[in-house]
Design a protein around this ligand. Structure first.
Ligand SMILES: Nc1ncnc2c1ncn2[C@@H]1O[C@H](COP(=O)(O)OP(=O)(O)O)[C@@H](O)[C@H]1O
Ligand SMILES: [Mg+2]
Length: 317
């Protein structure tokens, strides 16, 4: 890697915060360790910090970070709350700010913003946690037909995402997801390819195609069981489809006000129309995660990716 690239980080103390207490704690610790090791390999003064509970926050301040590299996923880490803490403490941090992080975690609001900006997203019906789900489920069945996708408003890693094929299952699954997670959405099913578009700065990375081998869709098992999914990068799409999807992904990323890096999830329908599902403001950052794999295809090594993200936090890129 170009030595000059890391020069602005020479006198900076970078604290890599990972762990957290969301359902994604384990994967976050893995992301954090990989990020920390990359910074160290490049000669940056980095510290690894496991934020295991709110009681650790004073200890984090005692580390006197010049920059915080946020490698947290899910609630309290990716949803704007930790970002708010860093803002209040006046410490520069990597990734999206408070508002974009909150919107990125919110599947209702992000889809409303996509729709307002003519970014195609599957049709959906929002159901508040305290509302009667029966009329909403009937409306989804009538308007979208089957299958229907049931998902929580605020989750990740496909937690709580279900595909249902008939009315009874739709009612039952909606009831369950609402009871467990509160606010839910019912979404039109898009048959086709599951893909992701990594974003680094102002560029979309090559698209990654995900083919679950045994699961019906890209669910939790498919995501976290070794060998359960085939990864194809660049995705098997023609240049025009690819260009259009990358452009939509960048627009979606910007539409919610995200910055530095992220990953946009999409479905490519059989008629070649891309539909955007969500923006992840802190996607997995292990050396085998989607965004690092995509960056690698255009010659950006894992270490360079991490250094470039860190530089963005101090306004150097
Ligand atoms: N409307 C849909 N049609 C078809 N598949 C979907 C739809 N919504 C979600 N999926 C599948 O479920 C996965 C997870 O959904 P996503 O909206 O990205 O939620 P999460 O935040 O849990 O990752 C997607 O990658 C996709 O494979
Ligand atoms: Mg997703």
């Amino acid at each position: 890697m170009d030595k000059e690239l890391i020069a602005p980080l020479k006198d900076k103390r970078v604290v890599v915060v990972s762990g957290g207490w969301s359902s994604e704690r384990e994967i976050s610790l893995l992301s954090g360790r990989n990020v920390f090791e990359a910074l160290r390999r490049q000669g940056v003064e980095a510290v690894s910090f496991d934020l295991a509970s709110p009681d650790d926050l004073p200890k984090l301040l005692k580390e006197k970070p010049d920059v915080i590299f946020i490698a947290l996923h899910g609630k309290a880490g990716e949803d704007g709350s930790f970002q708010g803490f860093a803002e209040v403490a006046g410490i520069p941090y990597t990734g999206s700010g408070v508002e974009a992080s909150a919107v990125g975690m919110d599947k209702w609001v992000s889809k409303w913003i996509f729709a307002r900006n003519d970014i195609p997203t599957p049709r959906f019906i929002p159901i508040p946690g305290d509302a009667d789900y029966v009329p909403a489920a009937q409306k989804a069945a009538a308007e979208f037909g089957f299958p229907v996708i049931v998902k929580p408003r605020f989750e990740g890693s496909s937690v709580g995402v279900h595909i249902v094929h008939e009315e009874l299952a739709l009612l039952e699954q909606t009831r369950r997801v609402q009871a467990e997670f509160g606010d839910v959405l019912l979404e039109e099913f898009i048959s086709g390819m599951t893909g992701t578009a990594g974003i680094l700065g102002d560029k979309a990375m090559p698209l990654l195609e995900l083919v679950p081998k045994t699961q019906e869709f890209y669910d939790y098992q498919a995501k976290y069981t070794k060998g359960a999914t085939q990864f194809i990068c660049p995705a098997r799409m023609d240049p025009e489809q690819t260009r259009l999807t990358q452009e939509l992904a960048l627009r979606a990323f910007r539409s919610i006000g995200a910055r530095h890096f992220g990953r946009v999830d999409f479905m490519l329908a059989e008629n070649s129309q891309p539909y955007l599902l969500e923006v992840n403001t802190i996607p997995g950052l292990t050396d085998v995660s989607d965004l690092p794999a995509e960056a690698e295809v255009v010659g950006i090594s894992y270490d360079e990716l991490i250094v470039r993200i860190t530089l963005m936090a101090i306004g150097e890129r």
